[in-house]
Design a protein around this ligand. Sequence first.
Ligand code: ZN
Length: 78
Amino acid sequence: MLEDLTPMYDTVNTCKAIERVREHPDSNEKDVELIQQYLDDPKWGNYALATALAKKGIRVHKDSIIRHREKRCPCWRR
Ligand SMILES: [Zn+2]
């Protein structure tokens, strides 16, 4: 009965911080590059970045940003 169990590792296969930018109808590859730069930039606090994105209509939870910065998202597994 347990045949269909899959580990979290496989089900969480997107980085929410970057994926949310990519999903936005008005975003382009430049925006995806920019979000990666902002995520790498220590001047951007987790909450400040989440808030700034929310103002652009992109809902990224600060936990997703922290996850990326702590290298706990799929970006670092490639
Ligand atoms: Zn990531």
